[in-house]
Ligand binder design. Structure first.
Ligand SMILES: [Zn+2]
Length: 440
């Protein structure tokens, strides 16, 4: 028998000896869950895919010139291709836009916050719904940290397990939004076959199968979107320089969120309804049915022909103007002028009518507008000006003949300013209405 002091020391030592293996087992079990889940892709995907992936990755990492430049390591082989006819992928979309997800244990608390913000971005701008996985979900995305890549994701719905990864210094909302875009079937904007009209990459070394290769043709040709979260940054090689005036930045250099055109693209791809059912369609593709889905809300030109909202890329912004069916022309207000365009123009359609299950598209007088109605966005400012959106405005203004004439233009909530195309110029107004959708 020792002294009471010695006894207490023995007890302490025994306690430490017992607790160490316990802590070790705890650590091991945590490691095992993580590494097991992280390795699932290697068990599920065929060996030939695996080879392709590791080859691509080694290639990327071995070239010191390009290391850390690319924000996404999703291989070209996974992305939509020209042979598939669309940059949006055919089939393999998530039914009803519902995407079950699992959060992998490699995610820290902050990673989870970034993922949550990315989900919210989709939930507020599209009808896509990310929901926690349950036993009834056969297909799901596993959101994981992988520090070998900046970002990487399986493209479209593949069936069963598939991953969405971010890593290194890219564990942020923008990367997660981009990778979730791939999971939803989106390709890269800068890999559109028509991108040479928008990016000058002539002096850049572009590998045929590299991340800047041209992959697919967009049919119908939606507007090229420098601000897309699916666009790599630009302004230097190998990404190329924007060729349109007033455009200096691309993708996340402009915004960390979904651009207005991203949201429209996803809402069309997933046939979203309710207040996400409006569509923008290139004028070259308008059918007779489409004209029935166009609404002029009683606004006509001087000669009485109906006017519809249209939009185009001009001076670095996506500007909204008026489309006249008779001359197939979109009149765009920008930089003090009215520009007439007949190509690269989209018009607004509201399929399903103005009232669908209590989701009503209507014009609301600016000064009668209550608290936060759902304003329908259509465009955005140039990147040097700000991140503000343009909303669709309808007005009646006095023309050069002294008559009241209908017109459609762009409203900036940020600056509280409206710009209408009229008689060759651009005009403001105090009395106008905005297109809203009321959710009831
Ligand atoms: Zn990508």
């Amino acid at each position: 028998m020792g002294t009471p002091e010695q006894n207490s020391n023995y007890r302490r030592i025994a306690f430490i000896i017992l607790i160490i293996p316990f802590l070790f087992l705890l650590f091991l079990s945590w490691r095992c869950t993580c590494s097991y889940r992280g390795n699932i892709d290697e068990r599920v995907f065929p060996a030939r895919w695996k080879n392709k992936v590791s080859h691509e990755m080694e290639d990327e990492l071995s070239s010191t010139r390009t290391v850390n430049k690319f924000t996404c390591q999703t291989p070209n082989a996974w992305l939509p291709h020209a042979s598939q006819g669309s940059g949006s992928g055919h089939g393999r979309k998530w039914p009803n836009g519902i995407v079950p997800y699992k959060l992998h244990c490699s995610l820290t608390f902050d990673d989870r916050l970034q993922v949550q913000k990315a989900f919210e971005e989709y939930h507020s701008k599209t009808c896509i719904k990310f929901k926690p996985w349950d036993e009834n979900d056969q297909s799901f995305i596993s959101i994981e940290v992988d520090n070998r890549v900046c970002g990487k994701a399986n493209v479209c719905k593949n069936g069963g397990y598939q991953f969405v990864k971010f890593g290194r210094n890219c564990r942020n909302t923008a990367t997660m939004i981009h990778q979730l875009g791939h999971a939803l079937c989106l390709g890269h904007e800068h890999q559109r076959s028509d991108r040479d009209n928008f990016l000058n990459v002539k002096r850049c070394y572009i590998r045929k199968d590299g991340p800047m290769a041209k992959l697919y043709a967009e049919e119908p040709k939606r507007l090229y979107d420098y601000a897309s979260q699916m666009h790599f940054k630009c302004g230097s090689c190998p990404f190329g320089n924007p060729t349109k005036p007033n455009v200096t930045k691309c993708g996340r250099q402009i915004t960390q969120g979904l651009s207005v055109l991203d949201a429209d693209h996803i809402n069309a791809l997933y046939d979203c309804q309710g207040c996400f059912r409006h569509r923008w369609l290139p004028i070259e593709y308008l059918t007779d049915q489409d004209f029935k889905d166009m609404y002029n809300f009683g606004y006509n030109s001087r000669t009485g022909s109906p006017l519809y909202p249209c939009r185009a890329q001009i001076h670095g912004e996506i500007a909204i103007g008026k489309y006249q069916k008779v001359d197939k022309t979109c009149y765009i207000p920008s930089l003090g002028k009215e520009t007439k365009l007949q190509t690269n123009v989209e018009v607004l359609l509201i399929p399903g009518g103005l009232n669908q299950f209590g989701k009503i598209y209507q014009l609301v007088k600016k000064y009668e507008m209550g608290i936060s109605p759902f304003l329908v966005p259509g465009g955005r400012q140039a990147d040097q000006v700000g991140l503000g959106l343009f909303y669709i405005a309808f007005g009646r203004l006095k023309n050069m003949y002294g008559e009241m004439e209908g017109t459609i233009g762009k409203y900036s909530l940020e600056n509280d300013k409206v710009f209408f195309p009229l008689g060759g110029g651009e005009q403001g107004s105090e009395d106008f209405s905005l297109l809203t959708c009321r959710k009831e």
